[in-house]
Design a protein around this ligand. Structure first.
Ligand code: FES
Length: 169
């Protein structure tokens, strides 16, 4: 470097300034790449979540209620995991919903009164689900009940049945 390029202080300001610019540029460039990387990663996550199916795993609406011999004649058996009563009369089997038709509370079988009662607002039903009293607008619905090939009761909660329809075994 010649004497004419030096600053009045004798330092080399141009070279020092150039070095500071390059490192600042490198720094900003790295920050920019990092920001792009983070944005790209975010976009990839959002795209993956958008493309993956939204599957809601709900319990099956069809279930096996076991061997018919499990239910004595003239009995009401509450299956808590399915919220269904298996009602066996001398005419056969019925699957009656335990969900109250008023506001959806779970009813309870009261053997001493021979009734199904709703604890929420006092609706009462006969063992076959027929409404006796209370604010419930309808009787308890019956579900389709059939026999499987291997002799077990099978209830389909998506298919309603007439209360007069009993499964004879
Ligand atoms: S929810 Fe059963 S009577 Fe109201």
């Amino acid at each position: 470097m010649s004497e004419s390029e030096k600053s009045p202080t004798g330092a080399e300001p141009r070279a020092a300034s150039l070095g500071a610019d390059v490192s600042r540029r490198d720094f900003l460039s790295e920050v920019g790449f990092a920001a792009l990387g983070i944005a790209g990663l975010g976009a990839a996550v959002v795209t993956y979540r958008y493309l993956s199916p939204n599957v809601l795993f709900e319990p099956s609406t069809t279930f096996r209620a076991g061997n018919p011999d499990r239910y004595p004649v003239n009995s009401v058996t509450y299956l808590a995991d399915q919220q269904v009563y298996i009602v066996r009369t001398k005419d056969g089997f019925h699957a009656v919903s335990a969900v109250c038709t008023h506001l959806g509370c779970i009813t309870q079988w009261k053997p001493e009164a021979d009734q199904i009662a709703c604890p929420c607002h006092g609706s009462k039903f006969r063992a076959d689900g027929t409404k006796i009293e209370g604010p419930a607008p309808l009787s308890l619905p019956h579900f389709s009940i059939t026999l499987t090939a291997d002799g077990e009761l099978r209830v389909d909660k998506l298919e309603t049945a007439k209360p007069t329809q009993a499964l004879r075994v």
